[in-house]
Write a protein that binds this ligand. Structure first.
Ligand SMILES: Nc1ncnc2c1ncn2[C@@H]1O[C@H](COP(=O)(O)OP(=O)(O)OP(=O)(O)O)[C@@H](O)[C@H]1O
Ligand SMILES: [Mg+2]
Length: 326
């Protein structure tokens, strides 16, 4: 099921609660697709450097080759925020008069740690990774940070583009006002060449600002379109067959629907085997009960179960053997 999704989509997101197996399952899916000849980029948006731990090697902001057909990268939130901040302050410097630049620096320093900043920055990098990645790869797999966060991330392009939209509108109003004031103050004797060239310079600056804002807006709306295109993008929720995870999955699925994102598969990981003795059989039965709640709530979403394995999943070989179970 998961593999079919990986074959039919170009972008897959894996989300879910902490520790359920997002990194493991997303990596195994990426591996399986690469193993059958696809070119796959595996991307972690989690600050905790999950992929590096799983593959037991250093993975950074630039793609590294894991095996033929499979590259991986980790978006570093701090680096991403720094780059993002530089761009934002650059744009703001252009928007505001010079005597306010100190204010901008202060504002930027404060917003560096503001809630949502890391997500916004990661989102912008994600947009870039997707645009570049779609040219070079058949599939981009995102291993995301634990859930609530993820759904917010999916709703963020909308918010960000609304924000930029507001800024553009305010800018346009300010432009019209400035023009009005200029017109008021202008008498025929002032219409000489110097004023004209200052006006041109001003206009040039204005249109530069508008270009920056429009480019940013375009980036976010484009990302939004990509995420909402269900032929291109799908979301996979990984969960455990327990009461709370099931309820949270139902909640997350509602958030995804609201954000307009296609939910392609539910992966129930670490299932208790039925034939593992009395204790595990009982556990299996209880899991079935919880999973009934899940399929009652989300009857049309395909489900794939993966059993709890004896060994830890670390290293390429372990990922390969799990990928064989997909
Ligand atoms: N089917 C499985 N059988 C046995 N162990 C598993 C299975 N799936 C995952 N694990 C183990 O569970 C642990 C957590 O898995 P993983 O790191 O993939 O979860 P995660 O959802 O990415 O966690 P986090 O939210 O912290 O990023 C790991 O030690 C992994 O080896
Ligand atoms: Mg992880």
């Amino acid at each position: 099921m998961l593999l079919e999704l990986a074959r039919s989509r170009k972008i897959l997101f894996f989300g879910g609660k902490g520790g359920v197996g997002k990194t493991t399952v997303s990596s195994a899916t990426a591996f399986a697709r690469a193993n059958e000849g696809g070119r796959v980029l595996l991307v972690s948006t989690d600050p905790a450097h999950n992929l590096g731990h799983l593959f037991d090697r250093e993975i950074g902001a630039k793609p590294v080759r894991i095996m033929p057909g499979l590259d991986a990268l980790e978006l570093d939130p701090d680096d991403t925020v720094e780059t993002h901040m530089k761009e934002v302050s650059g744009a703001l410097y252009q928007l505001m008069p010079v005597h306010l630049h100190k204010e901008i620096d202060k504002h930027i320093d404060l917003s560096r740690n503001a809630p949502g900043m890391q997500e916004a920055a990661i989102l912008e990098r994600m947009a870039e990774v997707i645009e570049q990645g779609l040219e070079e790869y058949d599939l981009i797999v995102f291993d995301t940070a634990p859930s609530g966060h993820t759904a917010r991330l999916m709703a963020l392009p909308e918010m960000m583009s609304a924000w930029t939209e507001g800024l553009i509108k305010r800018r346009e109003k300010a432009d019209r006002f400035a023009e009005f004031v200029r017109d008021l103050g202008r008498d025929s004797s002032m219409e000489d060449k110097t004023i004209g060239s200052a006006d041109n310079e001003e206009q040039e600056k204005e249109s530069q600002i508008r270009r920056i804002l429009l480019r940013r807006r375009h980036k976010f709306t484009h990302l939004r379109d990509r995420l909402a295109d269900e032929d291109m993008t799908s979301f996979v929720i990984v969960l455990a067959a327990e009461r709370l995870p099931v309820l949270e999955t139902i909640e997350l699925s509602e958030q995804l629907i609201q954000a307009g994102v296609h939910l392609g598969c539910l992966v129930v990981n670490k299932r208790a085997p039925e034939d593992g003795g009395e204790f595990l059989r009982e556990r299996h039965g209880l899991e079935e009960k919880h999973l009934q709640t899940l399929s009652d709530a989300l009857p049309r979403i395909p489900r794939q179960d993966l059993y709890l394995l004896v060994q830890d999943i670390v290293g390429l070989e372990a990922v390969e053997s799990l990928s064989g179970l997909l």
